[in-house]
Design a protein. Structure first.
Length: 156
């Protein structure tokens, strides 16, 4: 059975984002008084009192830079929460944020959106449905309510 691991934001990218985000703004750490922010560095929710930052992140742009894709107008950036300081990274069994309303957005190798699916079944079913199409290179899992990027899954 094929598994589809969730990919957090890479440590090298996090190092950059902890200084300046993808919109060119300086990162401003804050103490998270309430907890519950979906952290894209370790793929878990924050705990009260942790130092976090809300930064602008362009996941498709960064993937395109690695692969040579030209996403054009599909290149977007949006807000994500990260730890303000280096963290341990994810310690997952399964997929993160599975209690959130999610969509799986499919992208081609050239970075264009091929469609999406509201996740109603287990995540692996949605990923299998996406990757059954050979033209799908990667998927982004996004929150329905705000459209925020949660994590990425790549083909095999």
């Amino acid at each position: 059975m094929t598994t589809y691991p969730a990919r957090p934001i890479a440590p090298s990218v996090l190092k950059e984002l902890r200084t300046v985000d993808d919109a060119g703004r300086p990162t401003v750490p804050v103490a998270d008084d309430e907890g519950g922010a979906p952290l894209r560095c370790c793929l878990r929710r924050s705990e009260p009192g942790e130092r976090i930052a809300l930064v602008s992140y362009a996941p498709l742009r960064r993937w395109a830079a690695e692969t040579g894709a030209q996403p054009g107008a599909y290149d977007e950036q949006g807000p994500v929460f990260i730890h303000a300081d280096e963290c341990e990274g994810p310690d997952l069994d399964g997929h993160p944020f599975d209690n959130a309303h999610r969509t799986v957005r499919r992208y081609s190798a050239d970075g264009h959106i091929l469609g999406g699916e509201l996740v109603e079944a287990p995540d692996d079913v949605a990923f299998r449905n996406a990757f059954d199409d050979p033209s799908v290179a990667l998927v982004h899992v996004r929150a329905v309510e705000y459209g925020c990027f949660l994590y990425e899954v790549r083909r095999g």
